[in-house]
Design a protein around this ligand. Sequence first.
Ligand SMILES: Nc1ncnc2c1ncn2[C@@H]1O[C@H](COP(=O)(O)OP(=O)(O)OP(=O)(O)O)[C@@H](O)[C@H]1O
Ligand SMILES: [Mg+2]
Length: 458
Amino acid sequence: MHSLLSGGVMEKLNILVLEDDKLAQKVMAAHLAAHSVDMAGDLKAALKKIEASKYDIGFFDLMLGPDDDYSGLKAITAAAAKGIYCVVVSSSDSDEMIDRAYALGANDFYAKGNEKANIEDILRKFLQNRKAAASGDIFASAFITEDAETRAAAAEALKYAPTELPILILGPSGTGKTSLAKILHEHSGRDGAFVSINCSAYTEDLLEAELFGFRKGAFTGAAEARKGRLLEAHKGTLFLDEIGTMSLNMQMKLLKSIEERTFYPLGSEKPEHSEFRIISATLEDPQALIAQGKMRFDLFQRIHGYNITLKPLARRRADIFPLVQHFTKGRRRLSFSPEAKAFMEAYSWPGNVRELKKFTDLVSSGREGRVDLETARKHLKETSCAQTAAAADGGLYAYALANGLEAALDKVSAELITRSLRENGGIRTKTLADLKISTRLLYATLKKQGIDIEGGNK
Ligand SMILES: Nc1ncnc2c1ncn2[C@@H]1O[C@H](COP(=O)(O)OP(=O)(O)OP(=O)(O)O)[C@@H](O)[C@H]1O
Ligand SMILES: [Mg+2]
């Protein structure tokens, strides 16, 4: 990946700066030195330049001269009308002034005083957004979804990709959390690497060593020093997968390193500095984790910024066939019989997109390029837990259309009964009491569904 700001290949932008103060002009010019910059010292000069030239970005001071009536605002109107990305950099940053500037078409508003960092952020965001617009649609090539809600949420997440804001991705297993995290990093414009760590894959000690790294001899078995993931993610993205499984103790250590941007490798007295951006994912509900005391609220505050929840595939069925298309792109194409299609559409996809991908791989390596109902069925066997998921979201409706209402009701009854039996450890009397049903109904329902429960009299 090329470097955007510190040397390397950089796109040269045409920039207009409206600023009456000579010193401030110098500061701006210095920070924009890599670009082609026009300076305007008053409104008239600015309007003339806006009219005559083409600019990508305009930086506008508002108060031009000691008795000025915030005439910089007028330049914003003219620049916005010509599609220039308008940034206000002004000392007049009252709420009213900010509001007025935005209303006139400003895209960003910054108070004077932190130009270096702010300009870096603005340019990165601008270039990144332009690249994203030019590279076309991620929805056509990387993150496939036809579901309006998912699309809107992902598009919104993408807007935050080139910022420092943490992003939290929620959703059940296999819904595309890791894929989305990678895409967001690729659109972040960050120079550093995408460093992913699955918190659930390590014991507490190992996770600590992975994240922070260690010095040679820090513990038995540490024959060589190792760089931690936190450091590897310097100027890049640290993707904390399954963050809900992290111990409270580790959460505290992580929080500290996020807040201080500094941490100590195990066995080392020398602090390491790392500027990483955090994207995290979990299949659990963070609010519930907090309520159960499994997630620290202060850590949660640090990792949630823009939150996106990826729905289970069964709740965005419009994505099923576009995803199949995507998975077979450049490979053997498949077709599906209408029955197979209907079956796939009604199926609950408990493994979500991952299961669909596996299914697609399986059937594409099969003998027939045309997938019929039997083949689809063979590879997609619903577990009873999956059926519950299907029942909850319209899969049941499809089932009822195919098999009749009575059969669908029996199916629901059987699911609830088997679930209760499972949770009760098979004690039937308890299930009878819990669900307030008769012995006769219990047996009849299970029998109709062909479910055998072992003899004995519990
Ligand atoms: N919208 C999508 N477009 C294209 N491919 C997708 C999409 N969503 C998921 N996939 C693919 O499905 C598989 C599973 O996705 P991914 O690993 O991102 O899910 P996950 O939510 O991170 O799962 P887990 O909770 O198990 O970590 C991957 O092969 C991924 O490439
Ligand atoms: Mg994942």
